[in-house]
Design a protein around this ligand. Structure first.
Ligand code: FES
Length: 237
C-alpha cells in the first residue's frame, strides 16, 4: 500500500494514499469539528464546518473530502479557520428553528454542541427563514424542516444504507429542502418506516412519532394541523 507523509499542526503523520485530511488528523488525535460527515455514508463536503488551512492552497479546504498528499502541511486551528467555522455556524443558526428548550434533541444535538464548542454567544446575522414543512402524517416519523441543516445524512442513509431512497434535496439555493419527491408527505411515498434517517440526523429535523405532539399542534393551530389519530387518553373537543 502506498503511504503518504504529511504534517498536521507541525506533527508528522503517515497514512495510506487516498486518506482524507480529517481521517489523518483523527489518527493522531486531532479534533476537527464536523456536521455533515458520516463515515463511508455521507462524505460530500456540504457543511464546511471541518475546514482547515493547507499550505499553498488558495482557500480553506473541507478536510473531510480533501485527500492528503506527500509533504502536505495542514493547520487545523488558525484564526482564519476558527473565524470561518464560527461564521458558517452562525449562518446555519440564523436560519434554524431555535425552539431548542422544547426540541426532542435538546442537549443531544450536534448543532447545539458545536455552538457551545465554538463559543457562539450571539448570532450576528438576521434575515429571512427558509420555507419549512412540518410533516407528521407518517405513522412513525415526523419531519420538521425548520430544523434541518441540509447535511444530507438522512438522504445518504436512506439511499445507501437502506436502499430505499425516498428523500432527497428538492429545489435550489435558499429554497433547498430535504423531502420526498414533490415535497410529498413521507406517508405518501415508499418509506419503510425503518427510522434510520432519524438516527442519522444530527439535529431534531427527524424524530419518532409521538401522537401527543400532533394533538398539541392541532390545538394551537387547528387550520393547519388535522388530527387523524388521537392517543386513547387524550380528547380534543
Ligand atoms: Fe466536512 Fe461537513 S464535515 S464539509
Amino acid at each position: 500500500m502506498e503511504m503518504v507523509t504529511l504534517t498536521i499542526d507541525g506533527e508528522k503523520v503517515q497514512v495510506p494514499k487516498g486518506t482524507t485530511i480529517l481521517e489523518a488528523a483523527r489518527k493522531i488525535g486531532k479534533k476537527i469539528p464536523t456536521l455533515c460527515f458520516l463515515k463511508e455514508i455521507n462524505e460530500i463536503g456540504a457543511c464546511r464546518m471541518c475546514v482547515v488551512e493547507v499550505k499553498g492552497a488558495r482557500a480553506l479546504q473541507a478536510s473531510c473530502v480533501y485527500p492528503v498528499s506527500e509533504g502536505m502541511e495542514v493547520f487545523t486551528n488558525t484564526p482564519a479557520v476558527r473565524e470561518s467555522r464560527k461564521i458558517t455556524l452562525e449562518l446555519l443558526l440564523s436560519d434554524h428553528n431555535l425552539e431548542c428548550p422544547t426540541c426532542i434533541r435538546n442537549l443531544n444535538c450536534e448543532l447545539q454542541k458545536l455552538a457551545e464548542e465554538l463559543g457562539i454567544k450571539s448570532i450576528h446575522f438576521e434575515g429571512e427563514k427558509h420555507r419549512s414543512i412540518y410533516d407528521d402524517f407518517s405513522p412513525s416519523i415526523v419531519r420538521d424542516t425548520s430544523k434541518c441543516v441540509l447535511c444530507r445524512r438522512c438522504v445518504s442513509t436512506c439511499h445507501k444504507v437502506q436502499g430505499v431512497g425516498v428523500i432527497s434535496p428538492n429545489h435550489r439555493g435558499f429554497e433547498t429542502m430535504v423531502a420526498p419527491v414533490f415535497d410529498m408527505s413521507l406517508a405518501d411515498v415508499a418509506c419503510v418506516n425503518c427510522g434510520q434517517c432519524i438516527l442519522a440526523c444530527p439535529v431534531g429535523a427527524l424524530k419518532e412519532k409521538d401522537d401527543t405532539d400532533r394533538v398539541w399542534k392541532a390545538l394551537a393551530d387547528p387550520e393547519k394541523h388535522v388530527i387523524v389519530q388521537i392517543a386513547p387518553a387524550v380528547r380534543v373537543s
